[in-house]
Unconditional design. Structure first.
Length: 189
C-alpha cells in the first residue's frame, strides 16, 4: 500500500510537471491528484520537492525508454514514426495541455541535481534512439545527430502546438523529421 501511494505520487508529479511546469507543481496538488494523505509526502520524500521531482523525472524518462525499447529491431522509419506518435499522443490526450516533464524541469530548475538528472534523461534518450535508428537502417555516423534532431524537433513542436492549440506545427515538424530519416537511409543529404 505504501509503495503504491509513493508510485502514484511520482506518476501524478510527472503529469503535473508536464502540464504546469516546475513552479506550478505544488505539494498540495500532488497530494490531491494522487489521493495520498498529507503526512505521506515527507514520509516518502524526506528530501522534499526536489526528491519528489527527481523521482518523477526518472519515471518520465523510464516511461519513454520503455516505448523505445519496444521498438528494437524495427526499421528506422517505424522508430521515427513511433517516437513522433508518442508526443502526438501526449498532445491529444491532454488536449494540448501537457508537454514534456523533463523540459519543464530543465527550463525552470535551479538545482544542479535536477538539471543533471534532466540532462541524463536526454542523453539516455538520444543514445537509445540513435542506436535504434542505426539498427533500423540509418548510417551509424548519422544516427546520433538524427536522434538529437528528432528529440529537439519534437520537443519544440510540442511547445508550438500547445501555444497554438493546433497540430499544424507538430505535423509540419513530424513530416520533416520523417523525410530526414528516410533521406539518411537512402543516402541523401
Amino acid at each position: 500500500m505504501a509503495g503504491e501511494i509513493k508510485q502514484r505520487m511520482i506518476e501524478r508529479t510527472a503529469v503535473l510537471l508536464a502540464k504546469k511546469g516546475l513552479q506550478g507543481t505544488s505539494f498540495s496538488e500532488v497530494l490531491e491528484a494522487s489521493g495520498a494523505p498529507r503526512g505521506s509526502l515527507y514520509h516518502h520524500f524526506p528530501g522534499g520537492k526536489d526528491e519528489l521531482v527527481l523521482a518523477a523525472l526518472n519515471a518520465a524518462g523510464d516511461q519513454a525508454m520503455a516505448v523505445l525499447d519496444g521498438l528494437a529491431g524495427k526499421p528506422a522509419t517505424e522508430v521515427t514514426q513511433a517516437f513522433i506518435g508518442l508526443w502526438r499522443l501526449v498532445l491529444t490526450k491532454s488536449d494540448f495541455a501537457a508537454g514534456c516533464a523533463v523540459v519543464a524541469v530543465t527550463v525552470a530548475a535551479d538545482s544542479p541535481a535536477l538539471l543533471g538528472a534532466a540532462a541524463e534523461v536526454f542523453r539516455t534518450w538520444r543514445s537509445r534512439l540513435g542506436g535504434l535508428l542505426a539498427q533500423g537502417g540509418v548510417p551509424a555516423d548519422r544516427a546520433l545527430a538524427l536522434s538529437t534532431g528528432l528529440i529537439s524537433a519534437c520537443e519544440g513542436a510540442v511547445i508550438l502546438s500547445r501555444a497554438e492549440r493546433s497540430f499544424e506545427p507538430f505535423d509540419l515538424v513530424a513530416a520533416e523529421q520523417q523525410r530526414a530519416v528516410q533521406s539518411a537511409i537512402t543516402g541523401g543529404c
